[in-house]
Design a protein around this ligand. Structure first.
Ligand code: PMP
Length: 457
């Protein structure tokens, strides 16, 4: 029996990423308020936000300093824009701050409203740059299977997950997907992690040579793949991939939408994974999700191309109404100030060993095929048979069942196939980390009991 709110929900909303038919039976979980790492439903039941919302609420909820930064900016200047020669202090200051924090030389910052918009803009900028540089044939973009870069027509094409393509007529032409660095399922028998990385780099090179290096413009990669299952690449993977990109003059874009701002215990994820990109996309923890804001951080070669092109054709024809929204910029500035003042990244690094130890202890659980993670992000992959790595039949819905048990245990997480992803707010305390993993342990036990009853093992 659905409550009044649940009934009104299913009669009015198209929910993103939801089995809409199933939701009509179960009704949604309606969240009312939040504080720290907890959210509370309409009945007052607390849940640990085990995925930081959607990998984004790094500072947790109810941070009064951030609320005040938003409110005072709204009072002072709730909106102005950056089109046609206008500007404002928060956008200028935030761009300066991002340039200062960047792990590679960044010349300019273009603001967007979401990760999808940022990655879409990255593609458009690369196309624009290569037209300006007089090489209009160099336009193809290489992404990876299991990648997540967004859902707009172009960024959804970069995404390498079937659900984002099926029935949407994606990907668009000119976008290619190479193998993910998913050692657990991608390695040949007996292949070392290093050999696996060498093979993947060789596969990338083969793809570039097949298409023609003068037609391949860019490669895009998350340091650690998030929505694709929290895939942590072998240590030598990115250095080898970078060598291939450099050899064929392929522009490297790091999608840092999840990894930037402390998730891996550092300001940015790419250097932690051993690569230095040309351009970077950030969103999510940029504002700790207190306001939708994203940024495209570009090098001087890109900026020069934009300048040259504007001398030829005039106005740069790209931008969103909310590119550099003053409230978003003010919120992000406050969030970045708090990260630095409270040493949030260093503290995340200090808590990572406990977090990873608790995560990795699940490797012994009978339901678990692999655990993987780094910093304050991880995943537990559940399998029908540990020895053979046999996966469950996706139709049995083991992941969603585990997610439902976790919810009963008072933790919100996401299932990605049969992997449970965990990515709590960076402000989580050591005691709360233990509480989170105790609840996830009970979740695994209950999922195992259920799977046995259903004869899934
Ligand atoms: N890139 C990555 C790595 C992401 O995880 C996401 C969102 N989960 C996006 C891009 C897209 O961001 P948005 O949903 O804000 O468009």
């Amino acid at each position: 029996m659905l409550t009044n709110l649940q009934t009104r929900d299913v009669e009015t909303l198209v929910h993103p990423y939801t089995n809409l038919a199933a939701l009509r039976e179960t009704g949604p979980l309606v969240i009312e308020r939040a504080k720290g790492i907890h959210v509370y439903d309409v009945d007052g039941k607390p849940y640990i936000e085990g995925l930081s919302g959607l990998w984004c609420t790094a500072l947790g909820y109810g941070n009064e300093e951030v609320v005040e930064a938003a409110a005072s900016q709204m009072r002072k200047l709730s909106f102005t824009h950056l089109f046609g020669g206008k500007s404002h202090d928060p956008a200028i200051e935030l761009a300066e701050k991002l340039k200062e924090m960047a792990p590679v030389p960044i010349s300019k910052v273009f603001f967007a409203g979401s990760g999808s918009e940022a990655n879409d803009s990255q593609i458009k900028l690369v196309w624009y740059m290569n037209n300006a540089l007089g090489r209009p044939q160099k336009k193809k973009i290489i992404s990876r299977q299991r990648a997540y870069h967004g859902v707009t027509i172009a960024s959804g094409s970069l995404t390498g997950l079937p659900a984002n393509h099926t029935d949407f007529d994606l990907p668009i032409a000119g976008i290619f997907h190479t193998a993910a660095p998913y050692y657990y399922r991608g390695a040949e028998p007996g292949e070392s992690e290093d050999d696996f990385a060498t093979r993947l780099a060789a596969e990338l090179e083969t793809l570039i040579l097949r298409e023609g290096p003068d037609t391949v413009a860019a490669f895009i990669a998350e340091p650690i793949m998030g929505a694709g299952g929290v895939i942590v690449p072998p240590k030598s993977y990115f250095p080898k991939i970078m060598d291939v990109c450099r050899k064929y003059d392929v522009y490297m874009i790091a999608d840092e939408v999840i990894c930037a701002f402390g998730r891996l215990g550092a300001a940015f994820g790419a250097p932690v994974l051993g690569y230095l990109p040309d351009a970077i996309s950030v969103a999510k923890a940029l504002s700790s999700a207190y306001f939708p804001i994203a940024a495209v951080m570009v090098p001087e070669i890109m900026h020069q191309a934009l300048l040259d092109e504007s001398r030829k054709i005039g106005s740069f024809g790209h931008g969103f109404t909310y590119s550099g929204h003053p409230v978003g910029a003010a919120v992000a500035l406050k969030v970045l100030e708090i990260y630095q003042r409270d040493k949030i990244f260093e503290q995340a690094a200090a808590k990572a060993p406990q977090f990873q130890a608790r995560l990795k202890a699940f490797a012994d659980h009978p339901l678990v095929g692999e655990v993987r993670g780094m910093g304050l992000i991880g995943a537990v992959e559940m399998v029908a048979d540990k020895a053979t790595k046999r996966a469950f039949d996706p139709k049995k819905g083991v992941g969603p069942k585990a997610m439902a048990f976790a919810q009963e245990e008072g933790v919100l997480i996401r299932s990605l196939g049969d992997s449970m992803a965990v990515c709590p707010p960076l402000i989580i305390t050591p005691d709360e980390i233990d509480d989170l993993f105790d609840r996830l342990g009970r979740t695994l036990d209950r999922t195992l009991d259920w799977a046995k009853r259903e004869n899934l093992l």
